[in-house]
Design a protein around this ligand. Structure first.
Ligand code: FAD
Length: 321
C-alpha cells in the first residue's frame, strides 16, 4: 500500500550527510510508490533541497530558524512535529546517527509510536515493509514489520545504497514557518576536536589500531595506509584506554558502529565488545601476531605477523595500484 514517507535530511557544515541519501533510498522502499517528502531543518538550508530531490525525494519541506542553527533535541523536535502536523505522513525515516539516535525516540514518544532503530536493510516482502536490524551486539539479525500505526525507522549509515543522483529530477521545495519556543538548552559554542581526514562513521575504508600499536606514534604506519586508501582511522578501546589515541576513534559496543567496505584491524585481539562495532563490515582484514587471536574468527583475510612489518608492506603495494 503506497504511503507518504517523511525523511529527515541531516546537514553538517552546510552539506547533506551521506546518510541522508541512504535514508531517502530506504524511504522510497517504505513508500511503495507513495510520496517521499524530505525535511530540512536549520538556519540556511533551503539550497540543499534540490540535492535531496535529485537523490529521490519528491518534494522537500524546509524549516529555517536561527534557533535551529545548532542541533538541540528540543528545537528540532518542535520544528519536526510542526512538519509532521502539516504533512500527516504514514511513515518516518531518519539516519541512525548521533542526531537520529537522540531525536527519534523523542519524536516517537510524542507521537505515541513505536520505533525500529538501527535498520541495516529494508525490503517489501509478503505485502509488508520488512526491516532487518542487528541484535545481541550484531551476533544475530531480526526482521521486523509494523502491524499498526506509523512506520518509524532509523537506518544505519553505510548499509542501504543511495539511489543514483538524477540531476533532471525536480520538485517543490517549500518553507514552513515554525515559531520555536524558548529552548531549554542553548548551544553557545561548539569546540571541535581536530580530526584528520575522513569521517569515521561514513568512511568506506577503516584502518583500526589496538593495543598492539604500542604507542601514539605506533599509529603512524596505519595513518599512511589510511591516506593511500582514502580511509579513516579507528581504534579499539584497548588503544584508547592506553591513551594512544582519542576516545572519539573507539569502535565497538561502547564506541562507534562502523560498516565500511573494508575494515583492517591491526593489533586488535577481537574482544566481543570490539566485534559489536565492526563485524558487519563488508570485508575484514586482520593483522595480528597471535594466530589464535579471536579477530581471525570474523576476518575474511587474516595475516599472522607483526603489524609494523605488514602494514608498511601493504601501503607500498596499494601505492602501486
Ligand atoms: P588486546 O586485547 O590487548 O589485544 C592486543 C592484540 O594485539 C593482541 O591480540 C596481540 O596479539 C596483538 N599484537 C600485539 N603486538 C602486535 C604486533 N606488533 N603486531 C600485530 N599484533 C600485535 N573494546 C572495544 O574495542 N570497543 C568497545 O566499545 C568496548 N566496549 C567495552 C565495554 C565493556 C562494558 C567492557 C567490559 C569492555 C569493552 N571493551 C571494548 C574492551 C574489550 O573487552 C577489550 O578489552 C578491548 O577491545 C581490547 O583491546 P585490544 O584488542 O586493542 O587489546
Amino acid at each position: 500500500m503506497s504511503k507518504k514517507v517523511l525523511v529527515l535530511g541531516e546537514v553538517r557544515d552546510g552539506s547533506l550527510r551521506n546518510v541522508s541519501f541512504e535514508a531517502v533510498a530506504a524511504a522510497k522502499t517504505v513508500a511503495e510508490g507513495g510520496e517521499v517528502v524530505g525535511v530540512l531543518l536549520g538556519e540556511a538550508v533551503q539550497s540543499l533541497g534540490a540535492e535531496l530531490i535529485q537523490s529521490g525525494a519528491d518534494r522537500v519541506v524546509v524549516v529555517e530558524n536561527e534557533k535551529l542553527k545548532q542541533y538541540t533535541s528540543d528545537g528540532y523536535s518542535q520544528a519536526l512535529l510542526a512538519v509532521i502536523d502539516q504533512e500527516k505522513p504514514e511513515s518516518l525515516v531518519f539516519g541512525h546517527t548521533a542526531l537520529g539516535k537522540d531525536l527519534s525516540p523523542r519524536i516517537a514518544a510524542k507521537l505515541s509510536s513505536g520505533l525500529i532503530s538501527d535498520a541495516t536493510a529494508v525490503e517489501v516482502a509478503g505485502g509488508n515493509v520488512v526491516f532487518t536490524r542487528p541484535i545481541y551486539s550484531g551476533k544475530a539479525f531480526e526482521k521486523k514489520i509494523v502491524t499498526d500505526g506509523l512506520i518509524f525507522a532509523t537506518v544505519r549509515p553505510n548499509n542501504i545504497a543511495p539511489l543514483e543522483k538524477d540531476e533532471s529530477r525536480s520538485g517543490e521545495v517549500s518553507s514552513l514557518s515554525v515559531e520555536i519556543k524558548d529552548l531549554r538548552a542553548i548551544v553557545k559554542e561548539v569546540v571541535r576536536k581536530a580530526s584528520e581526514g575522513v569521517d569515521l562513521s561514513e568512511a568506506k575504508v577503516v584502518i583500526s589500531g589496538g593495543r598492539g600499536v604500542k604507542s601514539a606514534e605506533g599509529f603512524a604506519p596505519l595513518k599512511e595506509l589510511a591516506a593511500v586508501l582514502g580511509g579513516a582511522i579507528g581504534a579499539s578501546r584497548g588503544a584508547c584506554d592506553a591513551e594512544y589515541c582519542d576516545y572519539s576513534l573507539q569502535i565497538g559496543q561502547t564506541g562507534k558502529v562502523v560498516t565500511p567496505d573494508l575494515y583492517i584491524a591491526c593489533g586488535i585481539s577481537g574482544a566481543i565488545q570490539h566485534l559489536a562495532g565492526m563485524s558487519n563490515s563488508k570485508v575484514i582484514v586482520a593483522i595480528n601476531k597471535d594466530p589464535e587471536a579471536n579477530i581471525f574468527k570474523v576476518a575474511d583475510y587474516g595475516i599472522v605477523g607483526d603489524l609494523f612489518e605488514v602494514v608498511p608492506l601493504l601501503t607500498e603495494e596499494f601505492k602501486k595500484l
